[in-house]
Write a protein that binds this ligand. Structure first.
Ligand code: 5RP
Length: 223
């Protein structure tokens, strides 16, 4: 099976976790796009979604799925999102699509995080994928130096030769050279650095379930 087919498989499998009658939290990315497309088949059974990005909001609305502001709703039953890496305890690196801050906000508002990913995302130790960090532009160079002191190398993410601007009007640093053995501590520490909006390590908002697309089918991992 191709990676795209594995994404379709887990996107469809995630429908089982959507609670009829309840608003669903929706992440961002190519795997989530498969989930959104599948969700259209049960749109009459849910009030709608809370979305983690302008891109997902657009896709949901185009399929006739109502999108609510996170402040309009209380606790969300389930949040479905992809990952760039997931370890054996459900800790993730996220933000390859630059939506990490809103993803973490919706995940924090949700009872259960269901991660959908193809098997290439499963790792032993987080950090081989460059860790995204959303930052306030005036703090960029100081944060680059702080990562250098940890052995990491941080670069501003570019789009068309210019710094990429997130849905929140901020920039993204991608950090290579890290091996994150204690994701809870790493997330807590980096989130304290002045100018960091969100670090793309999801340990405090880890997955409860991962639907992993493999050549043998969907593997359900629980944490
Ligand atoms: C976006 C994310 C995505 O969930 C992550 O990048 C995985 O994306 P894809 O499903 O396209 O591989 O965190 O900010």
């Amino acid at each position: 099976m191709t990676q795209d087919e594995l994404k379709t498989l887990v996107g469809q499998a995630a429908l089982e976790y959507v609670v009829p009658g309840e608003i669903v939290g929706v992440g961002t990315g190519s795997t989530v796009n498969k989930f959104i497309d599948a969700l259209a088949a049960m749109k009459d059974r849910i009030p709608g979604a809370v979305s983690s990005s302008n891109a997902s909001t657009e896709r949901l609305r185009a399929l006739g799925i109502p999108v609510f502001d996170s402040n309009e709703v209380g606790e969300i039953a389930v949040y479905i999102d992809g990952a760039d890496e997931i370890d054996g305890r459900g800790h993730m690196v996220k933000g390859g699509g630059a939506a990490l801050t809103r993803e973490k906000i919706v995940a924090a508002q949700s009872r259960r995080f269901v991660c959908i990913a193809d098997e290439s995302k499963r790792v032993e130790v987080l950090g081989a994928f460059p860790v995204p960090v959303e930052v306030i532009p005036m703090a960029v160079q100081r944060i680059v130096r702080q990562f250098a002191a940890l052995g990491g190398s941080a670069a501003v993410r570019l789009r068309d030769g210019q710094p990429l601007i997130t849905d929140n009007g901020q920039q993204i640093l991608d950090v290579t050279g890290l091996r994150i053995k204690d994701p809870l501590r790493f997330e807590s520490d980096v989130n304290q650095w002045p100018g960091v909006v969100t670090v793309g390590v999801f340990a405090h908002q880890k997955a409860a379930v991962c639907l992993l697309g493999t050549a043998a089918g969907v593997q359900t991992l629980t944490y």
